[in-house]
Design a protein around this ligand. Sequence first.
Ligand code: WTA
Length: 638
Amino acid sequence: MAYPYQIKSEEQYKEHYKRSVENPEAFWAEIAENFSWRKKWNKVLEWDFRKPKIEWFIGGKLNITENCLDRHLTENANKTAILWEPNNPHEKARSFTYKELFDEVCLFANVLRNNGIKKGDRVCIYLPMVPELSIAMLACARIGAIHSVVFGGFSAIALRDRIDDAGCSLVITSDGAYRGEKQISMKDTIDDALLGCESVKRVIVLSRTNKPISMIGGRDVWWDDEIKAAQNIIGDKCEAEEMDAEDMLFILYTSGSTGKPKGVVHTTGGYMVWTTYTFVNTFQYSPDQIHFCTADLGWITGHSYTLYGPLCAGATTIMFEGIPTYPDAGRFWDIVDKYKVDILYTAPTAIRSLMASGVSWFEGKDLSSLKVLGSVGEPINEEAWHWYDENVGKKKCPIVDTWWQTETAGIMISNLAGVTPSKPTFATLPLPGVQPVIVDDKGNELAGGDVSGNLCIKFPWPGIVRDNYGNTERYRQSYFSTYENLYFSGDGCLRDNDGNYRITGRVDDVLNVSGHRIGTAEVENAINMHTGVVESAVVAFPHAIKGEGIYAYVILKGMHIDEDHTKKDINETVSRIIGAIAKPDKIQFVKELPKTRSGKIMRRILRKIAEKNDDTGDTSTLLNPGIVDEIKQGARNM
Ligand code: WTA
């Protein structure tokens, strides 16, 4: 497969960028021509951030799986689409050619149809990183069902909220999951989540760990049995559903600044064009390469750069079930060596944790196949950047530091590997089609270099979030109401004199823990559900491996056994309500929280204390200024 839209030089980047701003419609029409459409669009773009309304490739008809699968079958049927590496290196790896993947997707799409699922229905997918996860997502897309993948680390209650919010009628899960040394029960969590849930009529269960599980008659069925049944009734072929370019492709829940997660909606045509375009350009993918994105498909990075982008580009993509430190901290390097990986795309938190394990894990591992390294999910610190460059890339591989979000669907600001220059800790320049602006708190655009403020985007790109599922008003408020006529990212950033952007982190109440987005309000709600808790306030503090850790200040009215025990109990409560990923790293019991006279918690002060910064500024206007010193003292004793 050739990519006529692949940018090959810095001059070309400048020229493409200029065209994308001067005439976006012609620019994107030309790129979209490289995909397979049942019917071409009538108009490329209509938009109004004030409403908000954004539509791309209006009137276009397509099915994204025909782009991921069918169109590769004429020339690349036997090319490997997915290489699957199991958690346990001694278990047999699996791989799928494009033809094999196509066949599996058709079979499972028929299973969904046979279970009454049709276009527009919502399907919740709660599976470990096994090939069936990709197959299930693509099968949904094939028949026009909307998938909502939930990361395996979320609790039953978090899962239930997401299933209810989307009104899912079917769930796809497994008995259990392997993660490092642990076995995680997926079906038990689903059973708890579905207690009293009315919308879910069917649960399809894949066998992975073969642990005994409950199977509720009339509701729960086995994956394998369903495949046989669908084959008998419908057969092996599955005609793809014709989708409108703006028909919903998936919902993916992510944290915002309020307690309830947001159902980010992406649609078919724009998502396909944007993820493929950014994949091919950022990583400079060439068709014989092996691409290894380490993200779980439960996150947007997995959706866009493990699955949809690479498959639309006809690439070979690796799915890894395990974790970077199992059975030891050399696992990534084993995988790179084993599959001769060309592109490695991972998160700073993984890099920092491997960095802490030392360089001995590289011994005897051949990393010479690597050509491009990528970083995503959080700011990468200088030390981690250089360690990645020296030890993994051997100073021969460009590093792309890619800034983007669940809401942007794909990479927004990044250097293009080997084509435009990198600058450690800077995401550098916007991709063609992306028009970033930096604004001050009042929304005034800050021009020129050497400025810092809030990062906004002033023009739509094909992958921009289209809605908040079931709550368009929240969609408007979250992204388009802070600054007039701009998409607000929630991130702070600065721009140097060469126009390079450096993202400095969230400016809203969202934490970034190990590259995972977690809302402070969500964690506070969970802590407050613990018996005896009166009030709590959660802030981030710098964490050597996770980037940000969770620091919770908690007011208690009663304590069970002792402080340590109570802290552990609170952690258990948070695990139950959200999942282990949201457990506070530090809990400090306090008598009061610093508040303004109007009763607002002064998080700025709490953040300073959590950062061990004594300079908490002027506290005289607080309702309870005396409490600040007491909290500082308590923090020192922790
Ligand atoms: C942060 C992940 C600095 C940022 C793709 C953003 C980054 C949030 C970078 C989105 C980067 C992502 N440098 N910060 N290269 N990439 N972020 O929705 O704060 O899980 O708003 O999407 O991660 O996280 P999300």
